[in-house]
Every structure is written in structure tokens, then in C-alpha cells.
Design a protein around this ligand. Sequence first.
Ligand code: C2E
Ligand code: CA
Ligand code: CA
Ligand code: CA
Length: 278
Amino acid sequence: AKGAGGNQYQFFSETLNMKAQERAAIERALREALEKEQISVHYQPQIQLKTGRVVAMEALARWYDENLGAVAPARFIPVAEQTGLIRELGAWVLKTACAQCKQWHLNGHPIAISVNVSIKQVMQEDFSEMVVETLLETGLEPRFLDLELTESMLMDNAAESVALLRMFKSLGVKISIDDFGTGYSSLSYMKNFSVDRIKIDQSFVRDITIREDAAGIVKAIVAIGHSMGVTVIAEGVESKEEEAKLRACHCDEVQGYLYARPMPAAEAEAYLRATDRS
Ligand code: C2E
Ligand code: CA
Ligand code: CA
Ligand code: CA
């Protein structure tokens, strides 16, 4: 038994070690990537179901490293959060996305921009100043900026979150609750938080054509959201069948591979031009 335990310990410690090493490697490379501006932002359209119009683009961070290849946000965002690099990365993504959105306005596409923010970012003392400064610097009107915060991060920091969301409201910035339905809240908190939009998590969208109960949940979320004056968007929409179900649930907006993958800015603008014409 002792031997087995020893092996197991060794196995775990090696796994942990590898993770720590990988994390350190990612941290080092990420720091360098930020300095060398090797991070980019891709944009994915958010579409109003009723009209088919693109109402916003979601900004998603992308990182291509010569040695590591394409590093997924799911790998580098947590590292950025643990190391404090999220501050710099987040500020950079926000500025890039707001400047791009302003440019689209100047080019005749008055859409909004959705930017993901993590808890480590919003809890920074000077986060709101940074947002205000970015808006002033880029000339983007606050109502065109939508910050996506996850449901779980709001629930874990309920007291601070209420104050924070009030502050955003006073700035005129919009708030979306990302990954909605995956946290433990949920709907009862919504009225205290005064959010503008909820994003139904893609796990519900995945099940909507397969399971009656998933469709029921989506329908209920939409109904309650609407009763509170909240816009409801579904993410991860991949098929016409899913779209039809979401339409039947009276969902307001959709986003997903069915319409477009996240794309570089130029491609996203071409998409805007093409959909404006049709
Ligand atoms: P998220 O905010 O929930 O973003 C949705 C994710 O689903 C994105 O993955 C997007 O590319 C992907 N997606 C979009 N449509 C579909 C679809 O139809 N099917 C499927 N299967 N997936 C779809 P991505 O870009 O890898 O980002 C992963 C997560 O990383 C994001 O989840 C977000 O939490 C985080 N993230 C990305 N960029 C940033 C950023 O700039 N700042 C922060 N704080 N987090 C970010
Ligand atoms: Ca998001
Ligand atoms: Ca999400
Ligand atoms: Ca997510």
C-alpha cells in the first residue's frame, strides 16, 4: 500500500509540477506577447432575431505565439488573472475594441461593442477611471460599450457587484450577464443588479433541440428577463434548428458559428457591409 501511495503521490506531484511549469511558460510568453503586441482581438457578430441586423460585436482576445502556436483564451486568461497581467491585457483589449467600434461608427455602422471583463479587473480600484479614460480617448459614446460579466463572478461578490453595476449605470455603460444559467443565483438577484442583457449559456442552446426541459428553461429565462426589461441573447448558436427554437422562445438576439466565427477586424467589417446590404 505504501508503494502505491508513493507512486500516486509522485504522479500527482509530477502533474502539478507540469502545470506549474506550463503556467510559468505561459506567463513568460504572455508578458512578452503584450510587450511585442502579439495579442489581437477578434470580433463575433451579435444579431437581432427579429430584424436580422447586427447590433453588436463581441471582442475576443486572440494570441498566436511562434513556439506555443495559437493559445486559447481558456488557457491564457486564467494565467493572466493569477499573475496580475489581466490588468494590462484587459486595458489593452478594451482600448482596441472601443477604438475599433468608433471606427465602425465613422464607417457607417453604428453598432455596440461587447467586451469581456474578469473579476480581477473590475475589482481594481481604478477600473472605472480606466473605462472612462478609454471612452474619452477613443471617442466612443458610453451607451455603445457593453461589458460582459459572468454570473458566477457577480454572485461571489454580490455586495461589491451591486455598487459596481450602479456605477456603470451612472456612466451610461451597458452590462450583460455572461454564461447565464450556469451560476447558482439566478433570476431573483436580477432586479437588484439592474443589468441590461443576459446571455443564455451555450450549454442550454446545445440542449434546446434535444431536450424538452432545456427548451422550457430557455423559454422561462426569456419570459422573466422580458418582464424585467432585460434583453436576452443566446450564445453558441450553431444550427438553423437551434435558431428556430430560440425564435419560438422569443429570444431577442443570437450569436454563434451559424452566423460567423470570431474574425479579425477587417473581416468583421466586411461582414457588416455585406449584412447591411441584404
Ligand atoms: P465567452 O465570453 O463565453 O465567449 C464565448 C466563447 O464561445 C468564445 O470562445 C467563442 O469563440 C466561442 N463561440 C462562439 N460561437 C460559438 C459557437 O457557435 N459554438 C461554440 N462551440 N463556441 C462558440 P473563446 O474566444 O475561446 O473565449 C473563451 C472564453 O475566454 C470567453 O468565453 C471569455 O470568458 C474568455 N475571454 C476571451 N477573451 C477575453 C478577454 O478579452 N477578456 C476576458 N476577461 N476574458 C476573455
Ligand atoms: Ca462573453
Ligand atoms: Ca459566455
Ligand atoms: Ca464562457
